[in-house]
Design a protein around this ligand. Structure first.
Ligand SMILES: CC(C)(COP(=O)(O)OP(=O)(O)OC[C@H]1O[C@@H](n2cnc3c(N)ncnc32)[C@H](O)[C@@H]1OP(=O)(O)O)[C@@H](O)C(=O)NCCC(=O)NCCS
Length: 167
């Protein structure tokens, strides 16, 4: 899906499409910019299985963000969403999360789950803005510079699915 955006300093075209294996090198650059403990190439290669949806967001033909969800019997798990550090705070994370929710709805998922570092204020605020609720804590889930860090679990009921569609 292609849109043109001129808000928040973005003047070019924004395109969200399914990723291909050829995109992994660009995705790794985005990943390295976003995380102290980035995923390996092997993990990204594993995300092309049938039950996964791997989206990339291109800004003027450059991959600057991606999101990966897995679908387990109608329950989507948002495994990763990342915007290149140089493109933060321009609405791209929100744009991509909106696409993730739309894709989950298309795939007839009734719920989206995710984990987020307790210290990750930007991501927590983004999820809360979209209506995600905190539903639990996974103790010591993530590696951290000084040991381990808890994950907060967030959940969203995918909007606009009728009860009939959920079964
Ligand atoms: C979290 C992340 C995806 C947000 O992407 P982004 O494109 O910078 O975010 P957006 O500009 O779309 O902002 C969407 C909302 O997120 C929140 N937000 C984003 N960055 C924020 C920051 N630095 N401080 C406070 N709130 C922030 C705000 O609620 C914002 O809405 P607003 O602009 O109306 O205030 C991005 O910071 C990122 O890639 N971080 C590294 C990877 C990561 O932590 N992923 C999440 C793993 S669970």
């Amino acid at each position: 899906m292609e849109t043109t955006s001129s808000d928040k300093g973005l003047n070019g075209s924004i395109l969200v499409r399914d990723a291909s294996v050829e995109d992994i090198s660009d995705v790794l650059v985005v990943e390295a910019s976003g995380y102290d403990f980035p995923w390996s190439e092997a993990i990204f290669r594993d995300c092309f299985k049938d039950s996964y949806t791997f989206l990339v967001l291109l800004c003027d033909d450059r991959i600057v963000a991606y999101a990966i969800i897995s679908d387990i019997v109608g329950e989507a798990h948002l495994l990763n969403i990342c915007v290149h550090r140089d493109f933060n705070r321009r609405g791209l994370g929100a744009h991509l999360l909106h696409e993730v929710i739309k894709r989950a709805r298309t795939q007839k998922c009734y719920s989206i789950l995710l984990e987020v570092r307790e210290s990750n204020l930007a991501a927590k605020l983004m999820y809360e803005k979209f209506g995600f609720s905190m539903i639990g804590v996974r103790k010591n889930y993530y590696p951290a510079a000084d040991g381990r860090e808890d994950a907060l679990m967030y959940q969203l009921d995918v909007p606009d699915l009728s009860v009939d569609e959920q079964v």
